[in-house]
Design a protein. Structure first.
Length: 380
């Protein structure tokens, strides 16, 4: 019954912390992230990472991105695809150079330096999505550009990681052509399924004489898209986001949107926010404060200005470009997965793993206040 106690602690403290965060002028998600650090091994040790937390948080992030897809203005996303591509490229090149350079400056070998550069390239907009929703900016030009850039970034970073593991990893033989082929297959299949299959599945399942047939059908589609994405070595959140977009084009959009949010935000999404903070541990970093501080600052600045450059090149003004850059700063669960993969493949030294994890958490923590500040300045 230990997981019941964990649920009590997580649900109670995330709501209280979220309210306190709003009262001091910050997005609610910031307080929820801090709760994860306080309840986890870094401070109180009341909640421990485990299979229950992992599985609930996985469902939470999928539902979060599914809701983002439901609320995304597809026409706005189409209009901003060039900007999204430019932001994704800027948000990869500058962070990669920064990560490689700072690792080299601290004496790491070229292999480890290159891999740190790959970690710096990662982007997870699940936190940014929550902040944009709280501010009613998810369908703004900046918001849709951030979402589009994150999808492109995910594809490019996975390919970059595969190249690294194929060329200099230990015991990994990855076909780059096969990997790119899988990405193309994913997008073609998702497009066809979203256009032809999803409306028909919803229309077929919705009339079933059982409770909540519509929302159950939507969840089946969401998880099926996410599973298919993972099967083809894409992030599951991209599949969930695509499923949300597909259902948003049907007559069931508002019904699904109205019913999915209580399910997501009452239990699964809070566990996801807390799970990020649970990764923080201060064990073994006593001799690495200089390294930790340096990589954290460089990680934040290179993503911020990489996104800023990409947005400026594609026609955004300086203030809106800062908003977009801030939305790309969070590395989130994507970077944690890459770091864990690199550790297993011998591309990341074990003694630096904790510092990298803390850097990832800090980039996630600074994203909500940065977004709020820059959005306020761009819309005085």
């Amino acid at each position: 019954m230990e997981f019941i106690l964990y649920l009590i602690l997580i649900l109670f403290f995330t709501k209280v912390a979220g309210d306190l965060s709003v009262r001091i002028g910050q997005p609610a998600v910031l307080g929820k992230l801090v709760v994860g650090i306080l309840l986890g091994p870094a401070v109180l040790g009341w909640v421990e990472q485990g299979s229950f937390i992992d599985e609930f948080s996985e469902v939470g992030v999928l539902l979060l991105m599914f809701i983002a897809g439901l609320e995304t203005d597809l026409e706005q996303l189409r209009k901003n695809w060039k900007s999204a591509f430019a932001v994704a490229i800027g948000g990869i090149i500058l962070p990669f150079i920064g990560g490689y350079s700072i690792a080299s400056a601290f004496g790491l070998s070229q292999t480890y330096a290159l891999f740190l550069g790959v970690i710096f390239c990662a982007t997870s907009v699940s936190i940014s999505v929550q902040v944009l929703k709280e501010m009613n900016k998810l369908n703004s030009r900046e918001g849709t550009t951030i979402l589009g850039a994150a999808v492109i970034d995910d594809v490019l970073v996975v390919i970059l990681l595969a190249v690294m593991m194929s060329v200099i990893g230990t015991g990994n033989d990855i076909s780059i052509g096969m990997l790119v082929g899988k990405k193309l297959l994913f997008f073609i299949a998702i497009f066809l399924a979203g256009w032809y299959a999803v409306p028909r599945v919803m229309k077929w399942l919705a009339p079933l004489r059982v409770t909540e047939a519509v929302i159950t059908a939507a969840l089946v589609i969401c998880f099926a898209f996410a599973y298919f994405a993972e099967f083809l070595q894409m992030a599951g959140i991209i599949g969930a986001f695509a499923a949300g977009i597909a259902i948003s084009q049907t007559n069931y959009k508002h019904t699904v949107e109205e019913k999915i949010e209580p399910i997501a935000y009452s239990i699964f999404v809070p566990v996801f926010f807390v799970s990020i903070g649970l990764n923080v541990s201060f064990e073994g970093i006593g001799d690495q404060w200089g390294f930790l501080t340096s990589i954290t600052i460089i990680a934040c600045l290179t993503k911020l200005f990489g996104g800023w450059i990409g947005a400026r090149v594609s026609g955004f003004n300086s203030k809106s470009s800062l908003v977009i850059g801030a939305g790309m700063v969070s590395r989130g669960e994507v970077a944690l997965i890459i770091a864990a993969t690199g550790l297993q493949a011998g591309l990341l030294l074990p003694e630096y793993f904790t510092s990298v994890v803390i850097m990832v958490i800090v980039t996630t923590l600074v994203t909500p206040p940065l977004l709020k500040i820059f959005f306020r300045e761009s819309n005085p």
